[in-house]
Every structure is written in C-alpha cells, then in structure tokens.
Design a binder for this molecule. Sequence first.
Ligand code: ATP
Ligand code: MG
Length: 235
Amino acid sequence: MSTVVGLTGVTKEYPGGVSALRGVDLTVEEGELLGIVGPSGSGKSTLLHIIGTLDRPTAGSVHIAGHDVAKLSDRRLSALRAQHVGFVFQAFHLVPGVSARDNVAEGLLYSGLSRTVRRRRAAAALERVGLADRLDHRPHQLSGGQKQRVAIARAVVGEPALLLADEPTGALDSASGAAVMELLRDLNQEGATIAVITHDTEIAGRLPREVRIRDGEVVADTGNAVSPHGVGAAR
Ligand SMILES: Nc1ncnc2c1ncn2[C@@H]1O[C@H](COP(=O)(O)OP(=O)(O)OP(=O)(O)O)[C@@H](O)[C@H]1O
Ligand SMILES: [Mg+2]
C-alpha cells in the first residue's frame, strides 16, 4: 500500500482575491475510491486540478506518487501527469470530427507508443467501457452517456495510477449516470485509485469515502480506513 496523493496545508488564491482553498490536508492511498462533495464554488475543481498537477498551489505541499510537485519543472510535471494521472472532465472535451477510437488514442500521445499500438489499446479501452461497436463514431454521433464513456476510456487508456473525474455524471440522466458510476467502481476494483467530484450526495454517500468541502476547507472526511498513517481520517 502506498500513498498516491498527499496534500498538506494547501491554499489557492486566485488573482482578484478569491481564496479557493484554505489549508487543505488530504491523503489518498492506493486503491481508494473517494467522492469529493460540496456546494458550487467551494473549491472542488480547484482541488482536483491541484491533485492532478494541472495547477500549482499558492502555498502548502503536494506529493503525487511520491513526487514533491513543487520540486518538478513544468516539463517533468507533464511527464508525471502523462504517466500517472487520468482526467475525466465534466464537458467531455472530446475532439470534434474525430472518431471515438482516435479520441481515446490521443490519451497515449505522449506515451512513446506507435500509432498502431495506440489505436489498438484505444479499441481495447472502448471495449472496456462497452463501446466496442462505436469505434468509428464521431462525438456528434454519440449520446451524452456514450461521450462520457469515451472520455473515461481516454482517461484510463494509459492505465494511470490515479483517475480524477470532475462531475462525470453531471450531464447524464440517472440511468447513464449509474452506469458511469458502476464503470468507475469496476476500474477501482481492478486497481485504479479514483477521486470523483459530484454534487449528487446520493452518489457520494454510496462511495467508500466521502470528503466534504465548504468555502475552500475540508469540513468532513469519512476517512481512508486503509491508511497506515491515519492522516486522512483525522482531519
Ligand atoms: N481562474 C480563476 N480565477 C479566479 N477565481 C477563480 C478561478 N477559478 C475558480 N475561481 C473561484 O474559486 C472558487 C472555487 O472554484 P471551483 O471551480 O474550484 O469551485 P467548484 O467547487 O468546482 O464549483 P462548481 O460545483 O460550481 O463546479 C470560486 O469562488 C470561483 O469563482
Ligand atoms: Mg467545479
């Protein structure tokens, strides 16, 4: 068991004087599946971006897979991200006019793998999310739930240690949303560490761990029982 995410005293100030995060401590161990919940504007996306090293904190420390993010150049950080982190964005972020398969293969662009291998793995990832029969469909030919599954396939095609999903069910009806959550559970069972932002308290309540954020602070954390340090649980 190892620590995948370690945040200590993380703050984030945006220009204009918004304190989006105010002293967040959070530890996530390998193999966890946690929900991040909180009102609109409470800092959830900011937190996910910092965990995913898309953004740096104003103060505090961020360790991802044992690396101190502050000590890495932007270039090393991109490499770390490409190797360890998968993102599922709320708005899908699929490339229009490009097949599902090539959208997923793009998740391996910086992997050093040949185009043939990238496309083969993309097909396997799409099969994994139940879209084996939609490889050549372009985004406008897919339903909302299918687009979300393509986005998930793209995020997991590189087998990242850490999967971060920002409202993956936000744009979906409840049946498609439930299917996406089931998929995330399966991926977690297969070993991925997953953090999911959701404003759906029902979804969050069914996850093994729930971290609640308000005004940039963690106000409740049902805890990572598997933590050997017991850090996450206490805060
Ligand atoms: N780039 C930015 N510049 C300035 N302020 C920002 C920026 N991004 C976010 N904020 C502010 O930081 C706060 C936290 O934003 P964040 O996007 O993390 O909230 P959230 O919890 O994800 O909300 P939602 O549920 O609506 O997505 C908000 O008050 C927001 O207005
Ligand atoms: Mg958000």
